[in-house]
Design a protein around this ligand. Structure first.
Ligand code: SF4
Length: 325
């Protein structure tokens, strides 16, 4: 295979976010996470108080983020953190990641987003949120910003099935997710969606059936994570091995290969799996079994999992969208 054979114009076997960003910005761009002190309607009592059953936001928040610090100081620390570890980027996207980052009056959102955009070399924002935390006015404002900056809204959709969304206490339906994705996309704002594989009560075939549903959505990019059971989440208490499809690493790689063969080649894939710091991982979920469990391989670095997925795509001579209809 050579790059001319894939519609995304490079030789990798999936429509890679890294390549997409390289093409968009003409070089290296680094995302810097900030914690602007938002909460979420599924925690503050507006929708619920307990949150989604898998949620423990501390497990996903980088150590350099601290909501009591001003945004500029968080951005400076984030840039420094990445510069020590990786090749220095020349451009940055500020990633409003923890909790629901559109869950505030528009005036407060304006102040926060514009403060972030005023930092030198920041060329855009990535804003993680829930489908029930946007409205026409907020999206119209983001549409204005997107004429000048790279603006991406990333929605936690998590599952295509309402039975699962109810079960994990998301407090919104899949159809609401579909609706806000359309509202965002039609304003020309980059639209991302996040999904979790391995949620309770879903079979492998039900998860594979996400592919045509996601392909029909006007999303620009997607992130996939395997379910990881983190300490301090409700799911830690509720976990029943008979009710969860537990992926071994090998099983997950095979699943991803099958899955992306059916996914639209137009959708950029940002991640295939997640990493939770080991101190947050619940150990020994599947005691006595010869199978490895959901959390066994969650500490493996994403780069290593990605290499295995790409190796398997190569071995099987397959690619994203091969069987997309
Ligand atoms: S996962 Fe997101 S939406 Fe769910 S409780 Fe946690 S912060 Fe709120």
């Amino acid at each position: 295979m050579n790059k001319e054979q894939f519609p995304w114009g490079h030789a990798r076997r999936f429509n890679s976010y890294t390549e997409h960003i390289r093409k968009t910005f003409g070089g290296r761009m680094q995302k810097v996470v900030v914690d602007a002190g938002f909460t979420c309607p599924n925690r503050d009592g507006t929708k619920g108080t307990g949150g989604c059953t898998y949620c423990n936001n501390d497990a996903f928040n980088p150590s350099y983020c601290n909501p009591v610090e001003p945004l500029h100081s968080q951005i400076a620390k984030g840039i420094e953190f990445h510069a020590i570890r990786y090749r220095k980027a020349s451009k940055y996207l500020v990633y409003f990641q923890p909790y629901s980052n559109t869950y505030a009056p528009l005036a407060r959102l304006r102040a926060l987003y514009e403060e972030a955009l005023s930092y030198p070399d920041v060329t855009g924002l990535v804003i993680g949120t829930r489908p029930d935390c946007v409205d026409e006015a907020k999206l119209d404002y983001l549409m204005e910003l997107s004429r000048k900056y790279y603006i991406q809204v990333e929605y936690g959709i998590e599952s295509c099935y309402d039975k699962t969304l109810n079960r994990i206490n998301r407090q919104h339906s899949f159809s609401l997710g579909e609706q806000v994705i359309r509202m965002t996309h039609e304003r020309g704002i980059k639209t991302g969606a996040h999904f979790i594989f391995g949620l309770p009560g879903e079979s492998l075939n039900e998860m594979l059936a996400y592919a045509p549903v996601i392909s029909a959505l006007p999303v620009d990019s997607v992130k996939f994570h395997q379910l990881q059971i983190v300490k301090g989440s409700k799911m830690e208490q509720e976990f029943d091995p008979d009710d969860f499809h537990q992926f071994t690493l090998e099983g997950y790689i095979n699943f991803i290969v099958r899955f992306i063969e059916q996914l639209s080649p137009a959708i950029v894939i940002e991640r295939f799996s997640g990493e939770v710091p080991p101190r947050f991982m619940k150990a020994g979920l599947n005691p006595g079994s010869s199978e490895s469990d959901l959390n066994d391989w969650g500490g493996i670095r994403y780069d290593a999992v990605l290499r295995l997925i790409e190796k398997e795509l190569e071995r099987q001579d397959t690619w994203q969208g091969k069987f997309y209809k």
